[in-house]
Design a protein around this ligand. Structure first.
Ligand SMILES: [Zn+2]
Length: 213
């Protein structure tokens, strides 16, 4: 499995491109803008899925065009359905003047596992940044796509619609219980790993190894 990143849109969102190099099947995580560029990147591959970590405009703006052009199926947390559908709350209207209202093709529940590109994906619901924010964990690759929940030595803001400030610490500490070598690919900024975040993340206090057992 190969992972690439493109920085898209006005807030430089990390859009991750996962590709099974044998089958050339591809999935995009958080296609936040610049559908043309993403489509160009996928040329010669078969785009089979879009995964959304949450509903904010800077993670979803390219979805309507990707759907129109490719018919790609969209996975999103069931708990984020309302925000995805509401162009005011997902800020695509007020902040971008490009209102987007989305309904997922596949609504995913907390802890649900599915197979994508021949590998296992587990959805971990991590409310805080938004009420229905999630992360996607690929245990066979040792990768976590952490959206705007966990950043390198930081975490997502909790002052936007549906945010749950009291929940973000618990969500981040839940992620810290993953294997320490797990590579973390956040929605913004550089990648990190779980061992580093156990040491350096401001929300790691209160996290104990015993909690992982
Ligand atoms: Zn966000």
């Amino acid at each position: 499995m190969k992972v690439e990143v493109l920085h898209v849109g006005m807030v430089m969102t990390n859009c991750y491109i996962l590709t099974n190099e044998e089958t050339k099947e591809t999935a995009l995580i958080d296609p936040g803008d610049e559908a043309d560029r993403l489509l160009a990147c996928c040329r010669g591959r078969r785009l089979s899925a879009v995964l959304l970590t949450h509903g904010h405009f800077d993670h979803i703006l390219a979805v309507p065009e990707l759907r129109r052009e490719t018919g790609v199926r969209v996975y999103a947390p069931a708990a984020e359905a309302a925000l995805l559908a509401d162009s005011e709350e997902n800020l695509s209207g007020p902040w971008q003047g490009r209102p987007v209202s989305l309904t997922a093709d596949i609504s995913v529940q907390d802890g649900e596992e599915f197979t994508l590109l021949g590998t296992k994906v587990r959805m971990l619901l991590t409310p805080g940044h938004t009420a229905g924010s999630c992360c996607y964990y690929l245990p066979e690759e040792g990768w976590l796509f952490s959206g705007d929940t966990l950043f390198c030595e930081s975490y997502g803001r909790v002052d936007l619609p549906t945010a749950m400030p009291a929940q973000i610490g618990r969500s981040v500490r839940q992620l810290l219980a993953l294997p320490p070598e797990t590579k973390v690919f956040p929605g913004h900024g550089g990648s990190t790993d779980i061992a580093h975040e156990r040491e350096k993340n401001p929300l790691a206090h209160g996290w104990k190894e015993e909690d992982a057992k």
